[in-house]
Design a protein around this ligand. Structure first.
Ligand code: TRP
Length: 345
């Protein structure tokens, strides 16, 4: 295959997948298959940086895998696997623990948010999380990483780690005959503006698996009735829909529903408003229910089928891990030589 750019991305197996994960990440993963070689990883090592019930973790690893496949990711043409099956991720992360500086990690806003007030009680893994993420990407020397806005800072850290490694070991990299840019600078592929999906109960908050109200989100495994109920109950305001995008500005709930419609229909917000502007939410919501059920129903049904066939899902992950390991081992062997370790040749 011609030297296509290599995409890597990861999704954590924690909680149920929802419309935000689908429109914000997975749809983009599916598209990238046409233009890039892609590696999609269920990042179970990242998941355990906060406590996970073991049986539930096993279930959610399979569920994310099922969602990837049901949404149209082809695990034969590309690579789908779970992180813990390729030990090179953890190995390279250790080396990166010794490259990254405390000062760099202290700036990570996600750690501050997730650790909250009780920082003393956060796991060391949660703190070192960005180093593992850098290892995920760089162990494949991936060049492009589709991520949401919230992961941009972690990606910048991965770039800093790549650069510091290349600098610190520049002599050894040369001595061993490698390109001086041993690790590339991975580029973010930030997904389009239409795909930031907000809570159905509060248009100022992101749709989230941790929101206590299930009415705030549409889960990928929700059936048609649940989807319909949640959209009908979604918060709106008393005004009719505007005819121009300008009119969505200070109306976060209206903006969110129009954005969801646009993303599901493959249209722009302007297209949607041309059709529904001036109308009441009730009519718009019924059409949105039909659209959501048409688009998400088959994915949810396929996910349910796949998650019952654990042997198949586990075989996909094992096969993906075998293929990922070949690439990762090549990088890790080179890293061992560069750092000065001795290994069996
Ligand atoms: N931190 C990412 C998230 O929570 C998941 C992730 C782990 C990831 N490793 C990655 C994303 C590597 C992109 C590339 O969304």
């Amino acid at each position: 295959m011609a030297a296509k750019e290599l995409v890597f991305s990861g999704v954590q197996p924690t909680g149920n997948l929802h419309l935000g994960n689908y429109l914000g990440a997975i749809v983009n993963f599916v598209k990238l298959q046409n233009t890039h070689n892609c590696i999609y990883c269920v990042v179970d090592l990242h998941a355990i940086t906060v406590w996970q019930d073991p049986a539930e973790l096993t279930r959610t690893i399979r569920e994310v895998t099922a969602a990837f496949i049901a949404a149209g990711i082809d695990p034969k043409k590309h690579i789908v696997f779970n992180q813990s099956q390729v030990s090179e991720h953890a190995e390279l992360a250790w080396v990166f623990n010794c490259v990254a500086r405390l000062g760099w990690l202290n700036r990570m806003t996600q750690f501050k948010e997730k650790a909250g007030k009780d920082r003393e009680n956060a796991s060391v893994g949660l703190y070192a999380y960005p180093n593992l993420m850098a290892a995920d990407i760089l162990v494949y020397r991936a060049t492009h990483v589709p991520v949401g806005e919230d992961q941009k800072q972690h990606l910048e850290l991965a770039r800093d780690i790549a650069q510091k490694f290349n600098n610190d070991f520049s002599d050894s990299i040369r001595t061993h005959g490698f390109n001086e840019k041993f690790f590339p600078q991975p580029e973010p592929l930030i997904t389009g503006a239409a795909t930031r999906v907000m809570s159905l109960r509060d248009g100022s908050k992101k749709m989230s698996k941790s929101d206590p109200s299930d009415y705030s989100r549409i889960n990928l495994t929700d059936d048609a009735d649940a989807i319909a109920q949640k959209i009908r109950k979604a918060k709106t305001d008393p005004e009719p829909l505007p005819s121009e995008e300008e009119g969505l500005k200070s109306r976060p709930e209206a903006d969110n529903l129009v954005g969801i419609y646009a993303a599901l229909a493959g249209q722009t917000r302007a297209d949607v408003l041309r059709e529904f502007g001036g109308g009441q939410f009730s009519g718009f919501k019924s059409t949105l229910v039909d659209l959501a059920v048409t688009k998400l129903g088959p994915i949810g049904a396929e996910m349910k089928k796949l998650t019952q066939d654990t042997a198949y899902v586990d075989a996909v992950l094992a096969d993906g891990a075998d293929r990922a390991r070949v690439i990762a081992a090549e990088t890790m062997n080179a890293v061992k030589d560069i750092v000065g370790f001795i290994r069996k040749k």
